[in-house]
Ligand binder design. Structure first.
Ligand code: SDX
Length: 435
């Protein structure tokens, strides 16, 4: 951070003024260091939802909401989507640079050695009801990882932090696939390390021991794209949760479990499941205008799921890439028949909404979740696994942000203030004196 200049904040009631330093980053809005507002003027700043608050400085991901730009360690998402792989993006997000040939081989082998999960975890899963939502299984299982892998949990030891990060990257696909297999009553599959990272996940999800399984290369490429696009996204709700949990010194698996729990909400990572439910509920393109009106009605809780974003006030670049992949995939796979109508409803909904003043005035565009559910459905992923897929892909972003925070020598526990609007100080009233 480079100090650029200062801004003057004046309390007109007391006439007192302070100079607050302004810092400039590489890209994006400069920030005001407002510590003096409390120390000198006695105020807290008030920003429910943190819409205008910078919670940290980070070198990992940058979003330009006006331009619809997304960079991972400075590389545009469009270039990574076209040229990279999810596992290479994991290296980039975690270590900050693209790997050379030797680093790449070492990293792939390190990850491969940790793709299996402790057999006790599979017995742990047996405690869940068969109809348990896979996200409930994921939150519980990831939270329990520290009880199986307690040999490298010193959060102040860089080698322990790196080992835990590799374990998260390597084991999330196995845990996600186990949650699915458990929910359909099929035997668990084991990783096959001769396969690529995404192929390995697909075989753990869809292979059965009775038959050989060869992942469809079109499906592998589509899922690789999805995972790259979901890998990280600045200080979104779930990443901020991981950071806040980690600031207390909690172990990395507990922090990732907290991130999974936050992502589950329909306003966040649960939106991909909610979009498909919405498209199926709409059913007929002719009813779309009715739903658009409902989404605009303040008295109606209905919202267009997959629309709107806290940061993107232009098209979410991930949505554009996923829409094109949807189109290509539905043409390639025979599942286009059952999903074609949903894709048609999605595109019709998008075109109508983007011409409507309500959405234009509020900069409401399709976000990453609007089309992602269609691709996941085309890949045979069931609806209740959609957010698990998002969590699996985002786990590298979470653990990279956690690592960056734990390396910060100025790290302090996160502890926001509040504006108290409750009862004024008053004395206890005995039962006899109560009305
Ligand atoms: C993700 O932060 C990230 O980076 C998240 C994410 C990531 O990669 O981590 O990108 C992933 O979570 C994407 C978002 C998925 N969620 C949804 O698709 C759910 C539907 N979207 C909304 O719930 C909402 O748009 C949010 C939560 C995404 C953003 O909410 P904000 O920034 O708090 O915006 P807001 O609720 O204040 O809305 C501003 C206005 C309001 O109207 P007015 O009060 O100004 O009249 O826009 C309206 C809202 O009512 N609005 C919508 C709408 N989203 C906002 N109206 C109808 N349909 C919608 N979807």
């Amino acid at each position: 951070m480079v100090k650029q200049h200062t801004v003057t904040i004046t309390d007109n009631a007391s006439g007192k003024s302070i100079e607050c330093p302004v810092y400039e980053g590489t890209h994006g809005h400069p920030v005001i260091d407002i510590h003096g507002v409390t120390k000198e003027l006695g105020f807290f700043t008030h920003d429910p939802g943190y819409a205008t608050t910078s919670s940290c400085s980070s070198t990992i991901t940058y979003i330009d909401g006006e331009k619809g730009e997304l960079l991972y360690r400075g590389y545009p998402i469009e270039q990574l989507a076209e040229k990279s792989s999810y596992l290479e993006v994991c290296y980039l997000l975690l270590y900050g640079e693209l790997p050379n040939a030797e680093q790449w081989e070492d990293f792939k082998n390190f990850v491969k050695r940790h793709t299996m999960v402790h057999e006790g975890i599979r017995r742990f899963l047996a405690g869940y009801r068969p109809d348990a939502h896979p996200m409930g299984i994921l939150v519980g299982t990831v939270g329990a990882l520290s009880t199986f892998y307690h040999d490298a949990l010193d959060v102040h030891d860089p080698d322990h932090r790196n080992f835990s990060a590799i374990r998260v990257i390597a084991k999330m696909p196995s845990i996600a696939a186990d949650a699915y297999k458990y929910s359909i009553g099929q035997p668990f599959m084991y990783p096959i390390n001769s396969l690529g990272f995404v192929e390995n996940f697909l075989q753990m999800m869809f292979a059965v021991r009775a038959e050989p399984y060869v992942p469809n290369p079109v499906a592998v490429r589509a899922l690789e794209l999805m995972m790259i696009l979901h890998a990280d996204h600045e200080q979104n709700a779930s990443t901020s949760t991981v950071r806040l949990a980690g600031s207390s010194g909690a172990n990395p698996f507990a922090c990732i479990a907290a991130g999974c729990a936050t992502l589950w909400g329909p306003a966040h990572g649960g939106a991909n499941e909610a979009v498909i439910n919405m498209l199926q509920h709409i059913g007929d393109p002719k009813t779309i205008p009715k739903y658009i009106e409902r989404a605009k009605d303040k008295d109606d809780p209905f919202r267009l799921m997959g629309f709107g974003h806290r940061v993107y006030k232009n098209y979410d670049p991930r949505a554009a890439l996923i829409r094109q992949a949807c189109h290509d995939l539905l043409n390639d796979l025979d599942s286009g028949g059952s999903l074609g109508p949903l894709f048609d409803i999605a595109r019709t909904l998008e075109s109508i909404a983007l011409k409507d003043d309500y959405f234009i005035e509020r900069n409401l565009y399709p976000n990453v979740d609007f089309y992602s559910g269609i691709i996941l459905s085309a890949l045979g992923i069931p609806l209740n696994m959609f957010t698990v897929m998002f969590a699996m892909a985002r786990s590298v972003g979470w653990i990279s942000q956690w690592t960056e925070m734990m390396e910060d020598k100025d790290l302090r526990i996160g502890r926001p203030q509040q504006l108290y609007v409750g009862a004024a100080r008053r004395d206890y009233v005995d039962m006899s004196g109560r009305k």
